[in-house]
Design a protein around this ligand. Sequence first.
Ligand code: NCD
Length: 354
Amino acid sequence: MVQNTQRDQRRAADFVKRYNPPRIFGDFKWKHVVTVEQFERADLDILFKVATSLRRRVASHDPDVSQLARGYLMASLFFEASTRTDLSFQAAMRRLGGEVITPSGGVQFSSVYKGENLADTVRAAACYADVIALRHPERGASYEAAYYLDTLRGRITRQTVVLSGGDGIGEHPTQALLDLFTILDQKQSLDNLTITLVGDLKHGRTVHSLAKLIARFENARTRVNLVSPESLKMPREIVAYLNVRKVATIETDRLTDVIGKTDVIYWTRVQEERFENPTEYDAIADAFIMTPDLLAQAQDDAILMHPLPRKHEMGTPSDHDLLDEDTRSVYFAQMENGMFVRMALLALVLGLEV
Ligand code: NCD
């Protein structure tokens, strides 16, 4: 991870207040994607329809798919570790026939090494690429990137959009989109579903975005259980976001009260790298461990999701194997969907004819 100063952190977080991300309102073209709050339900319908169609076309090796983004470039700027988000963005762009550029030695050997700030790094990428996939350890970094990319309008020959691949402990919008796509794929609708988010709800950006996205389905009578240790509760503003939209929400640290009455179990890793104090981490590291015995308490038609990577919160490596065999575990499909949803998003923001 590239280390940044506290001043940089405050600066990035200020952009969450200062920068107003464009609402999609049915038109994705050249819109930055930094928060799920930009999406209405109708936008999700458009995105998921395209993702479903691209998934089918990729499966049938439709040769036209790899012509869609010909001539377009995506810059991949990952200031923080990633396997799935980075690879799936790259795979998505390449499967559409576009190309990917990234600093040869990773961002740590770009001019970031010389102390260049984010505003200048993203504008350098914008001079060469049409879209930037950005992951950054600071909350608000993608808002800051979007703001500075907008300052280039009219000053260089093209436009460039940023797609957030995760902003510190803030949001991870594209993950939530693929998570919701997976839930709808498995359950057809959110109507009457009980969704249980478990683990580090304080630092987990995936659950922040997913909770807000579920709240978009105000009339679906979806219930959300937020299960975490007391010290890792969901940020108050996200709980308020759910409450204002009348999503029935239960906060508890007792998983056994809710696991048997849950349709979607969304497991998360305790975000060890976000803890300032290792003893705080040690105190709760083992609070929630998914094991085959625990999954046995879930409904037969429940699904088990995880954004991955997983560590001990899914037990031992042999527990992993046993959980993987359970047909209720859908995290591999979830992962694969990540590529299709990102393909759809790239196609829509670039205005490709899909
Ligand atoms: C998540 C992330 O980076 O926030 N991973 C991902 O993008 N699939 C979850 C995590 O790291 O625990």
